[in-house]
Design a protein. Structure first.
Length: 436
């Protein structure tokens, strides 16, 4: 079997790969997207909590999230799809970031001021008023729930930063499908149930990919957006020797718990709550539920895995109890159900939890990897980053020596794409957690 040669192959039809396909198609390129799953967004994307927040440890991360939020807020316009169809919806609930030594408020505020992100500083009485039922005690550092010290009394009280323009997207898999549909409307082709088994090259130039069923797709550009399979794809391509940042597959769980019907909610929608003091986060979900995830505190050993295909998709009682007990410590009325409910997924995680959006030493072969856990929110803009990067590099620009700078359409911020370089030094002050 053969296909008419496209201009670019994108490996991976998650929210990142679909966004890249859309923006490449908008430049007039013929695009083919290959994914081993049967639908767009079936992998890491579907396990995302889809939180839209702006607190990152770097300006470029913060500015990226702030610009991307404007694309989610105008989702139908961003997609440009004709006709009526289901679309993912961005819910503007605001987000509360509780104080902790791991996320220094003054550093976050400085980045917000520079990027133009609106925020409010809440003291403890304001926190109690705006989030009825919260325990504002300071319990730092996060501890295992079986540690005798877990239920020790607080050592003080917390304040918080509130960003009113944050929120969440209600259906992350549908968002990926929306992007795929928009790309398809511009001629992009999606090959599902397709496993890449080889990356072809001619000398130092990529030449396309080969699939397990014998299909060979010839293309001068290949983009690795394969999520937790991205490291394996790089090995097939023979790239990675000059990377200073590694990526590894990590199994993660997000849990769902009911909220008592008689619990006071206060005015307006329930905001996202990021709680690095206890090591958890919460957001609203349908049917009067909350999604509960973890912020990867140091006391929780990471569940690195070798083969993403072998990861158990079912939530475990141990992880459920850990994360939900922490959430219930912060909101005592929440309770801890006996039966775990939620989803497990495999994340593609960089050493410093900052993604790699870059070219490689194989000409024509690009990567958008290390994205899981904190880049769903940025996907619409990441597509534009990769399209701009590919345009410039394919025209002869030396991105390694002179990193491409991207001016954001809505906010006017200028993002240095060198911040996402495969060769960047690992910063000592980077978040090194899912908070980026």
């Amino acid at each position: 079997m053969s296909l008419d040669p496209p201009h670019a192959v994108v490996v991976g039809a998650g929210v990142i790969g679909a966004a890249i396909a859309l923006e490449l198609a908008r430049t007039g390129r013929r695009v083919v997207v290959v994914d081993k799953a049967g639908v767009a967004g079936h992998g890491s994307t579907s396990a995302s909590s889809a939180v839209i927040r702006f607190n990152y440890s770097t300006f470029d991360g913060c500015a990226t999230a702030w610009e991307a939020r404007h694309l989610w807020a105008s989702w139908p316009d961003h997609l440009g799809l004709a006709g009526s169809r289901p679309l993912a919806v961005f819910h503007r609930t605001g987000a509360v970031l509780l104080d902790s030594p791991s996320v220094e408020p003054s550093h976050t505020v400085a980045l917000f001021d520079r990027a133009g992100v609106p925020y409010e500083r809440w003291d403890t009485p304001t926190l109690r008023s705006r989030l009825p039922g919260i325990d504002p005690g300071r319990y730092w550092p996060p501890k295992p729930v079986d540690d005798e010290a877990f239920f020790d009394g607080p050592t003080g009280e917390l304040g918080a930063l509130f960003t009113p323009d944050a929120g969440f997207v209600d259906d992350p898999q549908l968002a990926a499908q929306n992007l795929a549909d928009a790309a398809g409307a511009l001629g992009a082709r999606f090959l599902f149930h397709g496993t890449v088994v080889a990356v072809d090259r001619r000398a130092d130039r990529v030449a396309g990919v080969r699939l397990a069923d014998g299909t060979r797709i010839v293309a001068p550009v290949v983009v690795n957006a394969a999520g937790p399979w991205s490291g394996g794809l790089n090995r097939l391509a023979g790239v990675g020797g000059d990377f200073t940042v590694g990526v590894r597959p990590l199994r993660e769980e997000v849990h769902q718990v009911p909220v008592p019907s008689d619990r006071a909610q206060g005015p307006g929608p329930c905001p996202v709550v990021a709680d690095p003091d206890l090591g958890t986060y919460l957001r609203a979900a349908s049917g009067g539920h909350r999604l509960v995830g973890g912020t990867r505190p140091a006391c929780d050993p990471p569940e690195w895995i070798e083969d993403p295909d072998q990861a158990d998709p079912r939530p475990t009682a141990r992880r459920f109890r850990t994360q939900v007990t922490r959430a219930a410590r912060r909101f005592p009325d929440l309770g801890v159900p006996n039966r775990p409910l939620g989803i497990a997924g495999v994340y593609d995680v960089a050493d410093d939890w900052t993604p790699i959006y870059d070219r490689t030493d194989l000409d024509g072969y690009y990567v958008a990897m290390g994205t899981s856990g904190n880049q769903f929110k940025n996907a619409p803009l990441v597509g534009r980053y990769l399209a701009a990067l590919i345009d410039r590099v394919e025209a002869g620009h030396d991105h390694d020596a002179d990193p491409v700078r991207y001016r954001c359409e809505h906010t006017g911020n200028v993002v240095d794409l060198g911040a996402f370089s495969r060769r960047r030094p690992l910063r000592g002050d980077s978040g090194r957690t899912v908070m980026g």
